[in-house]
Design a protein around this ligand. Structure first.
Ligand SMILES: Cc1ncc(COP(=O)(O)O)c(C=O)c1O
Length: 330
């Protein structure tokens, strides 16, 4: 059932999941004109589901199929209204598995529509538990799993196939393209799957690369106090199994406004629409300033700005949520 369908046929064509990976690497020469740093961005929005999360989503499902943990009669349950939800909905539809996505009222309508279009079922949790929606969503997932023997929770926050998919794909492709010569790698963090997979590969290959984890202000992944965050995808309010004890060469924290500023800048200078966490990375690079002079920097841009047309790229939203009336002047 798996693997064969994603192999190339005699015309070089394959099933959609076989097109995950080998995403383009873009040289951004106009982003930091005042600096001598070289900047390369790996655009993960070119994955078929639109983000880097296609890689762990498919890896988790394929591993569970291969190991016999699930069969074609299983139902996959996960709590995510973002890129992982979309990646899982795509992989489940491809393999003919039922998918239930547990979301809360903050979920973006566009993402819910995409998950539904892939045939996913949405379960809306509308009461927070102890004032927290994440806790309520996880309780619902656990309840569903406990009540149904054929339900399976991949759990991106503890599943080692998450970092493994980036170890085997994302960073291998990037390292190969830049011939092992990367001074700084910038990776946005939430589950830490991407950053872990990249760091482990680079350490194993004994590369000189410094891995910079870009986290959100208000995330507690690397210490500090939890706070409100408005840009999805970046940061975490709890330390998951995967994130526990993870160390990177550097951690840079960026605000919601930094993400907006970075996204607008990439659109203006490079004609590329990037998502919120990528905008945050651009601001993190700016912040390291002189340290990066003459260095070769690479970054993983998790998704596209098309997922943020109602927020980051909407002046009204930026004004009402972040209190800034002319984001283009940022
Ligand atoms: C847009 C975006 N950026 C960054 C991340 C962080 O990736 P990871 O969970 O691998 O740490 C995510 C994760 O969902 C994301 O959706």
């Amino acid at each position: 059932m798996i693997a064969n369908e994603t192999k190339l046929d005699r015309y070089g064509a394959r099933g959609i999941l076989g097109t995950i990976g080998e995403t383009p690497l873009v040289k951004m020469e106009r982003l930091f004109p005042e600096s001598t740093l070289e900047f390369y961005a790996k655009l993960e929005c070119f994955n078929p589901g639109g983000s880097a999360k296609d890689r762990p989503a498919t890896a988790m499902i394929e591993a569970a199929l291969k190991e016999g943990i699930i069969s074609k009669h299983s139902t996959i349950v996960e709590s995510s209204s973002g890129n992982m939800g979309i990646g899982l909905a795509q992989a489940c539809r491809y393999y003919g598995l039922k998918f239930i996505c547990v979301v809360d009222p903050h979920a973006q309508q566009q993402n819910i529509a995409i998950i539904k279009a892939y045939g996913g079922e949405i379960v809306l949790v509308d009461n927070p538990e102890n004032g927290d929606y994440l806790t309520a969503r996880l309780s619902t997932v656990k309840k569903l799993i406990a009540e149904h023997r054929d339900y399976y929770w991949p759990n991106q926050y503890s599943n080692l196939n998450n970092p493994r998919s980036h170890y085997r794909g994302t960073i291998r492709e990037l390292d190969k393209a830049l011939r092992g010569d990367i001074d700084f790698l910038f990776v946005a963090t939430s589950s830490t799957g991407t950053a872990r997979g990249c760091r482990d590969y680079l350490r194993e290959k004994r590369r000189k690369t410094q891995v910079v984890a870009v986290d959100a202000v208000g995330s507690i992944l690397f210490g500090g106090k939890a706070g409100t965050r408005k840009i999805p995808g970046l940061g975490a309010g709890v330390i998951s199994d995967l994130a526990q004890g993870q160390e990177f060469d550097r951690v840079v924290r960026v605000s919601d406004l930094d993400c907006v500023r970075g996204c607008r800048r990439v659109a203006r200078r490079e004609a590329v629409l990037v998502g919120g966490s990528a905008g945050g990375i651009v601001e993190a690079v700016s912040r390291l300033g002189n340290e990066l002079e003459g260095k070769k920097c690479a970054a993983i841009f998790h998704d596209s700005g098309k997922r943020y047309l109602d927020t980051i790229f909407n002046d009204e939203w930026v004004k009402s949520e972040l209190g800034v009336s002319n984001p283009e002047a940022l």
